[in-house]
Design a protein around this ligand. Structure first.
Ligand SMILES: C[S@@+](CC[C@H](N)C(=O)[O-])C[C@H]1O[C@@H](n2cnc3c(N)ncnc32)[C@H](O)[C@@H]1O
Length: 228
């Protein structure tokens, strides 16, 4: 997979948190241009259902990453429904902060997984989304970054930011909401990662030192019990 911008920090960890996908039926929520879906497909998944709301993204996915075992479908994550136990693995990379009603979604995900099924997701970290709207860095009169602004951490909900275009809507949720939502839905939380570069990595990519000052991503692996 070809990682871009800050994804370079998130992507290898995300992949390391996946189970062996051989013969699994997999759902990718917010597949974008299909990099993760395609990676999982060629790694041996039996079937990958890849959902995204953007026809532009899906067109690219279909033209550049098509495969007989992956189907790219246009749907809003808020509206999709599947029969219980349909999948063994659900993945979602950097999408959940765009989706309202997280608790409802993770409950639905738990039903779509078969017993023992696994969910791996990454999302923007609550310390990162707490700065919405606007830039989080506090800068001094010389333009140097002196800190990261955290305020109204407990005010959950939608904020708008500029990301190539104005009005990109993202949802801030506290860490407790994210993790507790999984527990309430019946998931067992197996691993939680806040990626930060180590010294070797910083020598190659000094620009990543900002990720030592505040977390940008949160990655979670959770599973439903083997027997319900
Ligand atoms: C930051 S991109 C991540 C794409 C992909 N998962 C990846 O890791 O490269 C977020 C994706 O979520 C999709 N998305 C945002 N809101 C959505 C929604 N309500 N339903 C389905 N997809 C959505 C966007 O179209 C976009 O492709």
């Amino acid at each position: 997979m070809e990682p871009g911008w800050s994804r370079a920090l998130e992507q290898p960890i995300f992949l390391s948190m996946l189970p062996d996908v051989q013969d699994l039926r997999v759902l990718d929520l917010g597949c974008g241009v299909g990099q993760l879906s395609f990676h999982i497909t060629i790694a041996g998944a039996a079937e990958v259902v890849a959902v995204d709301i953007s026809e532009t993204m899906l067109d690219l996915a279909r033209s550049e990453r098509s495969h007989p075992r992956v189907s790219y479908q246009r749907e809003a994550i808020e509206d999709i429904r599947f029969e219980p136990g349909r999948f063994a693995l659900i993945v979602s990379s950097l999408v959940l902060h765009y989706i309202p009603n997280y608790r409802d979604l993770v409950k639905r995900m738990a039903t779509w997984l078969r017993p023992g099924g696994v969910l791996v997701y990454s999302t923007e970290h609550p310390i990162y989304t707490a700065r919405l709207p606007g830039e989080g860095w506090i800068v001094d009169e010389n333009g140097a970054r002196v800190g990261w602004r955290i305020d109204n951490y407990f005010d959950e909900g939608m904020g708008e930011e500029h990301w190539f275009v104005d009005g990109v809507r993202k949802y801030h949720r506290t860490l407790a909401t994210l993790l507790d939502g999984l527990l309430d839905a019946g998931f067992r939380i197996e691993r939680v990662v806040e990626p930060a570069p180590d010294i070797d990595r910083l020598q190659l990519r000094p620009q990543e030192s900002e990720h030592l000052r505040r977390p940008m991503f949160l990655l979670v692996r959770a599973s439903v019990p083997p027997e319900r």
